[in-house]
Design a protein around this ligand. Structure first.
Ligand code: ADP
Ligand code: MG
Length: 449
């Protein structure tokens, strides 16, 4: 059987054996690269998939492949980058959802299904799915950090909701403020003269998954930190899953005791970055769909909002709410750019100019070399695109305050060393190549005007 056919048969079968979220996360973007010497090489999107597929799905893949072609292969997982450089079903017990949900503090609104994925959050989302599928087994604790409004709380609830649906497990979601307030008064007795501390232990230690949001607020509260430390150890030692979020990395949680920070690093730490332009558009489209006026919205409106609300997803959601509220009042025939500018004038200012400097530079470079912004972002390495891309990266480094990570993200998720390499290359070239200097000056003029 030819590789493509084999894999598409395989995918159809595996799809029936695991949940849609698992399928999308682990299998959707895979394919067979080659088949030789009894080794089947499968391309996967990220390094992360290699470990997870090996540990969780190896047997299942092996079984299906063996059934399809009659003999077993050794499986090898490789990422696209590596190529360039050269189970089991979950136990689905039914649980009393309604009851558990109220006690879990989970918000059913936040799920994996409505979490839109892009380069800036893909790693965090993948890790979250891994934990949701195997709570307490592989990444413990899972520590998610990133600035406000980037989806940490959403992902944590999504994990909780997933576990609730697929596993008979007790879950508790709390913010660190709730944890603190539960802890205060722990030495008192309740109306039946029963020590409150017993309620506390009951609540926090008899669970399978503890989700604690915004741990940075625990800083300073020393006694609470101690109690959290005990709770953590207790759960951890009995292989219960702990999921923590914070607005900064464990190392930057200066107010927390060292021993807590050390423990946070035992598992997996993932960060979420601000969404790039492409993801902002995707999120806007996703969130706009379903609304009664959604089909009145022009494409340029999406781009206008995505360009002007750069920093976080909450900002994007606010823009949609305002736009739709304004539309409800005005009853427009179509929601075009003028309408959006009017509706959002107090929210994102009146400027029609592109405020994101990276986007501006990309546009100028693309126009100058008669290529598209997509060319700059994709993985193609042909010379006519490579040079413009390096020039654009160089200009971003030279003329904006953006971090290397952000620049890399806006250029199709390129890594740190690629960005630095592009910069060095152009920087050196400029010392000897006057023609290039001229070109870059012309581009700079286009950006200013
Ligand atoms: P954080 O906890 O990081 O401050 P939230 O999880 O509260 O951020 O996210 C803010 C809002 O943005 C929420 O309404 C959430 O649903 C939404 N959101 C964030 N990221 C995404 C995403 N990738 N897809 C869909 N909605 C998102
Ligand atoms: Mg949050």
């Amino acid at each position: 059987m030819d590789n493509n056919l084999l894999w598409s048969n395989f995918l159809q079968i595996v799809k029936t054996k695991i949940s849609p979220v698992s399928y999308d996360t682990w299998f959707k973007d895979t394919k067979i690269i080659k088949q030789d010497n009894n080794i089947l090489s499968i391309q996967v999107p990220m390094v992360f998939h290699k470990k997870f597929l090996n540990e969780t799905y190896y047997d299942l893949i092996d079984e299906i492949i063996t059934n399809l072609i009659g003999n077993s292969f050794d499986l090898e997982f490789i990422t696209e980058e590596e190529i360039n450089d050269e189970d089991d079903e979950l136990t689905k017990d039914t649980v009393d959802n309604e009851y558990t949900r109220i006690n879990s503090n989970l918000n059913p609104k936040y799920t994996f299904e409505n979490f839109v994925i892009g380069d800036s959050n893909r790693f965090a989302q993948t890790a979250a799915v891994a934990v949701a599928e195997q709570p307490g087994k592989i990444y413990n604790p899972l520590f998610i950090h990133g600035k406000s409004g980037l989806g940490k709380t959403h992902l944590m609830h999504a994990i909780g909701n997933y576990v609730l649906q697929n596993n008979n497990k007790k879950i508790l979601y709390v913010t660190s403020e709730e944890f603190i307030s539960d802890f205060i008064g722990i030495n008192k007795k309740d109306e039946n003269n029963f020590p409150v501390i017993e309620h506390f232990k009951e609540k926090y230690r008899k669970i399978d998954v503890l989700i604690i949001d915004d741990i940075q607020f625990l800083g300073g509260a020393e006694k609470t930190q101690q109690e959290f430390f005990h709770t953590f150890n207790n759960l951890y030692n009995s292989n219960k899953q702990i999921i923590i979020s914070s607005d900064r990395s464990p190392d930057d949680l200066k107010l927390l005791e060292d021993r807590l920070r050390t423990r946070f690093r035992w598992g997996l730490t993932v960060d979420i970055y601000p969404p790039d332009f492409e993801l902002r558009c995707k999120i806007l489209k996703d969130k706009m769909t379903g609304h009664e006026v959604a089909n009145l919205v022009n494409k340029e409106v999406i781009e206008y909002i995505a360009t002007n609300c750069e920093n976080d997803v909450r900002h994007l959601e606010g823009a949609i709410t305002r736009l739709y509220a304004y539309a409800a009042i005005m009853g427009p025939d179509e929601i075009n750019l003028n309408f959006a500018v009017e509706a959002l004038k107090d929210y994102i200012g009146t400027s029609l100019y592109i405020t994101n400097n990276i986007t501006k530079i990309q546009k100028a470079v693309a126009d100058y070399y008669k290529i598209t912004i997509d060319d700059l972002k994709n993985k193609k390495r042909t010379a006519n695109i490579n040079l413009p891309r390096q020039i654009a990266i160089y200009l971003c480094r030279m003329t904006t305050e953006e971090t290397i990570v952000k620049i890399g993200l806006e250029f199709g998720n390129r890594n740190h060393s690629t960005v630095l390499h592009a910069y060095d290359k152009i920087n050196n070239e400029l010392k000897i190549n006057n023609e290039l200097k001229e070109e870059i000056n012309e581009i700079k003029n286009m950006i200013v005007n």
